[in-house]
Design a protein around this ligand. Structure first.
Ligand SMILES: NC(=O)c1ccc[n+]([C@@H]2O[C@H](COP(=O)([O-])OP(=O)(O)OC[C@H]3O[C@@H](n4cnc5c(N)ncnc54)[C@H](OP(=O)(O)O)[C@@H]3O)[C@@H](O)[C@H]2O)c1
Length: 284
């Protein structure tokens, strides 16, 4: 019987653990033992959380759903819970995290699970989908989880899917964090135009890195934003309101680094990066 663990009892991790618990043993790990209340469309569920630092068991499959900014800090504990064949699945926004996972058998999922954690409550809004690389191990895991509502989807075009999500985050996370306003801010013409320009620059960077998008991609992404609840924040918006570090290095910072490497001009992204780096400056 496969032993599952999930690290990070937040919006994403709690939903994943709850779904797996429908058919398999799963342990949800957080900083300390506690209970989280998960609110979904079909009800409320109390989910037990175990302490990551007190764990001494190993697991076959470990979903990591802490923010990318916290990944380094959990690596020693993650190392202790892996055996030689453990599969780690990073469930985080952004790209570049796998470079930190030397020595782990790790993949990163493109996360389509929308929710929000406030204190010990997690509200799930929509989607329970993880897009993963198209490997035999991921196909095996998909069949292990097919009785749950968690859609683990191996995709032959995984890299493009990953870049598409990065572009989606690049636009909406930047403008919501910098304006400290929710998703409806993209209705404002001046912000709409800035968002579109950010996406145009992001697409140019993606193309320089070998991932092609067609001219409709900006419109496709703007159409996605228009489906968001006007009062929905983004993870970067909530993090800036809370005054905590943001996943800048893995989203805007990574796109900027790739732009520099490929000599792509990104004037709007550069301004956003300067402001977001300023926000991060000496913030722990
Ligand atoms: N929320 C969404 O709608 C959404 C959608 C798509 C992608 N994502 C991405 O998914 C990832 C997770 O986001 P999230 O929204 O689930 O974040 P979150 O709600 O902040 O949850 C992260 C959880 O990790 C826990 N954690 C932090 N440090 C830990 C440690 N050292 N040991 C154990 N647990 C630790 C946090 O505990 P504390 O509460 O004690 O700090 C928190 O419960 C991010 O990369 C995010 O960008 C999120």
């Amino acid at each position: 019987m496969t032993k599952y663990a999930v690290i990070g009892p937040g919006a994403v991790g709690t939903v994943i653990a709850h779904e797996i618990s429908r058919v398999h043993d799963v342990t949800l790990f957080g900083r300390q033992e506690q209970q989280v209340l998960l609110q979904t469309v079909d009800g409320e569920y109390k989910i037990n959380v175990s302490s990551l630092v007190l764990n001494d068991a190993t697991f076959d499959v470990i979903f990591v759903a802490v923010k990318a900014t916290k990944l380094k800090s959990i690596l020693p504990a993650l190392q202790n819970m892996c055996h030689s064949k453990s599969q780690v699945i990073l469930c985080q926004n952004g790209i570049g995290q796998l470079e930190l996972m030397d020595g782990f058998n790790a993949v990163q999922a493109v996360v389509y699970i929308s929710g929000q954690k406030t204190a010990d409550r997690v509200r799930h809004f929509q989607d329970k989908k993880l897009i993963v690389p198209n490997t035999t191990a991921m196909h095996q895991m998909r069949s292990d989880l097919h009785m749950t509502e968690l859609e683990l989807t191996p995709d032959t075009d995984y890299d493009r899917q990953s870049w598409f999500k990065l572009l989606v985050n690049l636009g909406i996370n930047s403008v919501t964090a910098l304006t400290k306003n929710t998703a409806h801010v993209v209705e404002l013409p001046v912000v709409k135009s800035l968002t579109e320009q950010l996406l145009v620059e992001g697409i140019a960077v993606a193309e320089a890195a070998g991932h092609s998008f067609n001219s409709d991609t900006v419109n496709d992404i703007m159409a996605i934003y228009s489906t968001y609840d006007p009062l929905m924040g983004t993870s970067m918006y909530y993090d800036t309101l809370a005054g905590v570090p943001i996943e800048y290095d893995f989203i805007q910072g990574t796109v900027k680094q790739i732009a520099v490497r490929h000599h792509v001009q990104t004037p709007v992204l550069d301004v956003c990066c300067a402001l977001l780096e300023g926000y991060q400056y000496e913030r722990l």
